[in-house]
Design a protein around this ligand. Structure first.
Ligand SMILES: [Cu+2]
Length: 502
């Protein structure tokens, strides 16, 4: 890894972070040898015998996981990484028998008791109250709880995911391995019959046989790892037949790493986003995916046999005033497609979901402004340190203080989210997906796609020194939930707010 010349105390700090950071513009290529055969995450066992009810056992616990040849004690659900994929259909009731078997092991860098956890169903349009997607709940070691989610109002057939959401602990627990896919079955016949795969993108750094511990300096950039995995494997090999079309569901389950995806000699055709399927495929040469975002894509394999790399290219997540993130400087081989075997003549469907439409903004819709910012309290510029905070409308979220948006059920709001900081922030709101009206700054292909397609989004990049406008329909559920930056370390230091729907 190349590090530009620097001096004194900063040089010392840079060398500490050399596995994940570089100064300035040099690009590091991470091109590991081809690994094991690609595997989807295991499917979660459904213990219900009753149609329309999916019932699962979910246990949070430390377990030994093979991470690129090293047996590491990760934080897991059910002892696997990635956690098992929960599969449901629109209209189902999902019952989760949850058990917290995390050890009671003291206090973390945020000052939180480490065993406290809970469950967030990221992307589900379900109630935020009671036994449902209620992130105000918190469970200590040994606790059990029966979650129940009524999916009768959830509309998108698409990929969602589940992970912990206790304030002060979610970054550490997701970093440690707690995340799984949550798939709502495709609603359209157009996608039947295609070979389909789920891909969870995640990075991690190990220290000995454990996830590298948090230090407060991680709070500014978020924690990026030096092992980058698809479904827990480094550069797995996925076979495709020449001419075959596959459907891939991809989630960025990383704490802070952005991926700019491309497949050598192939187009990626986006057919679905966070909140559902699109009207038709949207061909892209590359796709930017920030933490928390999902895409459904279709890929038609080349007629020419051979190996093709699925790459993540550098994307500048921050301006030059900051120390560059790993995402800004690394070119990574994530997975290799091996085009092999007999030719098949699959076609990508011309139409996907005829119910997908772009909303027009209703007359008289009010605009709510939210300003995102970060405040460095100590440490070297760009390095972060003890006491750093991140804010929405000048308030750093805590258990006693939060910017609170009061919304009326069955209304629409425009959310204008302004980023005063020098870093991109993936803004995530729970429960109600939105459509993107505009994006100022950032990646032009990302802006063009999300501001012109009928895409539903619950996580949208607010570019550095830029802004976005969302059209947010507030539907079906009252209660108190949250919105926050999905760089989970930023959420922990305060870039979060409460959403009170009455
Ligand atoms: Cu952020």
């Amino acid at each position: 890894m190349k590090i530009q010349k620097t001096s004194g105390i900063l040089a010392g700090m840079v060398s500490l972070l050399a596995t994940t950071c570089v100064m300035g513009g040099s690009i590091t290529t991470i091109d590991p040898p081809r690994g094991m055969a690609f595997k989807d995450p295991v499917a979660m066992a459904n213990i219900s015998k009753i149609p329309g009810i999916v019932e699962v056992n979910l246990e949070a616990k430390i377990a030994p996981i093979n991470v690129n040849g090293v047996t590491a004690k990760l934080m897991t659900y059910n002892g696997t990484y990635p956690a098992p994929t929960i599969k449901v259909k629109k209209g189902d009731v999902l019952k989760v028998h949850f058990k917290n078997s995390l050890p009671n092991s003291g206090v973390n860098a945020m000052g939180e008791t480490r065993d406290l956890t809970n469950l967030h169903t990221h992307g589900l349009h379900v109630s935020p109250k009671g036994k449902s997607d209620n992130i105000m709940l918190s469970f200590k070691s040994g606790d059990t709880f029966n979650y129940e989610y009524d999916l009768s109002k959830h509309s998108g057939g698409n990929l969602n995911w589940y992970h912990p959401h206790p304030h002060g602990n979610s970054a550490e627990q997701v970093w440690g391995g707690m995340a799984g896919a949550l798939e709502v079955a495709d609603e359209t016949a157009a996608l039947a019959g295609y070979e389909t795969h789920t891909m969870m993108l995640k990075d991690i750094t190990l220290k000995g046989s454990a996830p590298a511990p948090y230090v407060m300096a991680d709070s500014m950039h978020g924690k990026e790892g030096n092992i980058i995995m698809v479904n827990g494997k480094v550069n797995p090999v996925l076979n495709m037949k020449p001419g075959q079309v596959q459907h891939w569901k991809i989630v960025n389950a990383s704490n802070a790493r952005f991926y700019k995806l491309s497949l050598a000699s192939h187009n990626l055709q986006i057919i679905g986003t966070d909140g559902g399927l699109l009207d038709k495929p949207y061909p892209q040469s590359s796709i930017l995916l920030s933490p928390g975002e999902r895409i459904d894509i279709m890929v038609k394999a080349s007629a020419t046999k051979g190996y093709y790399k699925l790459l993540s290219s550098p994307y500048a997540t921050d301006d030059k005033s900051m120390m560059a993130s790993a995402s800004s400087s690394q070119k990574i081989t994530l997975l290799t497609v091996n085009v092999t075997g007999k030719v098949v003549a699959n076609k990508i469907p011309a139409k996907i979901n005829n119910k997908a439409v772009r909303l027009t903004v209703p007359k008289g819709t009010v605009t709510r402004k939210m300003v995102l910012d970060m405040q460095m309290m100590s440490g070297m510029a760009g390095m972060g340190g003890m006491g750093d905070t991140a804010t929405i409308n000048d308030i750093a979220y805590s258990s006693t203080k939060a910017y609170t948006a009061h919304s009326k059920l069955n209304s629409y709001e425009i959310w204008e989210i302004i980023n005063n900081s020098g870093m991109d922030h993936p803004f995530h709101q729970h429960v109600n997906p939105a459509q993107v009206i505009s994006i100022t700054g950032g990646d032009t292909a990302y802006t063009k796609f999300y501001t012109t397609s009928p895409a539903w989004k619950d996580t949208v990049i607010v570019p550095k020194k830029g802004r976005i406008k969302l059209l947010v329909p507030i539907k079906d559920f009252t209660g108190t939930t949250m919105f926050h930056c999905h760089i989970l370390e930023h959420e922990e230091i305060g870039m979060a707010g409460l959403w009170d729907i009455k």
